[in-house]
Design a protein around this ligand. Structure first.
Ligand SMILES: Nc1ncnc2c1ncn2[C@@H]1O[C@H](COP(=O)(O)OP(=O)(O)OP(=O)(O)O)[C@@H](O)[C@H]1O
Ligand SMILES: [Mg+2]
Length: 294
């Protein structure tokens, strides 16, 4: 028998006034798997994960966590159910240390009453050992987060979510702003999170990143699902083609050649204008300015 998915949406729709952002979308995420959510700009990816993470309520459809229907009123509700979301613009404070950022909002304390204070030793040791479990060696947990690379910062956020008991980790384009090497770092942590039993929802525009870590792929197109595919069902080439939208690329190249044609026409007008100005200047030099006298 199949195991209950960690998370499931059934026939979810979301309307913003007359805009249909999602239309009848169904999807599941199981433990120990990476589900990639793929699709063009405006396809509805962020809207879907905002529903999963308690930011939006669906207009229609069902949402189940470990087989039980849920109705989240806030991201806190989702977090309490073990659903953690790491956004592109991370909620971190650059000038504060790795340790402080790791425990932001959930600071461990020691002492009591007026003597209660942040337990820095416990926090530093925990931050360091949790990062080590993800395969990251931080030399100095008191180092400001702002001095870390983009990839390292993403990994602090992932390690933090794992430590605070996330079962499902949602990542909205964590590799978008990163170079090849740093993206590799983040992809490794995604694989680590899966190895620790988490279900990961990974949003990306990059088919190569998706193919590197994804187990299943859900493709959204203008608010609808194109279907969910396993790695066996979808070759890398098919995925690249589907994501780049080969037909749309043809239309784009046509549009660009149209621009080039118009640019050439504009350039001819510019030339005429320059000639006219040069003529006027020559005239001015020969005859003086008509405005000079008086
Ligand atoms: N709060 C909102 N109010 C009105 N329309 C919205 C709102 N949020 C999203 N939309 C619309 O819903 C559609 C889906 O947007 P969404 O942000 O989910 O796309 P996306 O797949 O994440 O795109 P991208 O790859 O560019 O991030 C878009 O047409 C968008 O304009
Ligand atoms: Mg988005």
């Amino acid at each position: 028998m199949a195991t209950t998915p960690l998370l499931e949406v059934r026939n979810i729709s979301k309307y913003f006034g007359s805009v249909i952002a999602l239309n009848d979308v169904s999807m599941t995420v199981n433990e120990s798997e990476v589900m990639c959510l793929l699709g063009d700009n405006g396809a509805g990816k962020s809207t879907l994960i905002k529903i999963l993470s308690g930011v939006h309520k669906p207009s229609q459809g069902e949402y189940l966590v470990e087989g039980k229907p849920v109705d989240f009123n806030s991201p806190r509700d989702a977090l309490d159910h073990g659903i953690a979301t790491v956004y592109q613009d991370l909620a971190m404070i650059p000038l504060m240390s790795i340790t402080r950022n790791f425990f932001l909002g959930s600071e461990p304390t020691k002492g009591w009453g007026p003597f209660r204070r942040f337990d820095i030793n416990f926090a530093s040791q925990t931050a360091r050992s949790e990062m080590a479990k993800m395969g990251i060696d931080i030399r100095d947990p008191s180092q400001p987060v702002g001095t870390l690379s983009g990839g390292e910062r993403q990994s602090v956020a992932i390690a933090r979510a794992v430590y605070f008991g996330a079962k499902v980790l949602i990542l909205d384009e964590p590799t978008a702003a990163l170079g090849v090497k740093q993206a590799g770092v983040v992809l490794r942590y995604i694989a680590q999170a899966r190895a620790r039993g988490l279900g990961v929802i990974f949003i990306t525009h990059n088919p190569h990143h998706a193919y590197a870590v994804g187990d299943r792929f859900t493709i959204l197109k203008r608010g609808r699902t194109f279907g969910t595919f396993t790695k066996d069902e979808l070759s890398r080439e098919e995925m690249v083609r589907m994501m780049s939208g080969a037909d749309e690329l043809d239309a784009l190249s046509h549009e660009l050649s149209e621009f080039a044609r118009r640019d050439a026409a504009a350039a001819r007008i510019d030339e005429q204008l320059v000639e006219a100005l040069e003529e006027a200047e020559e005239l001015f030099e020969k005859e003086g300015s008509p405005l000079k006298e008086g």
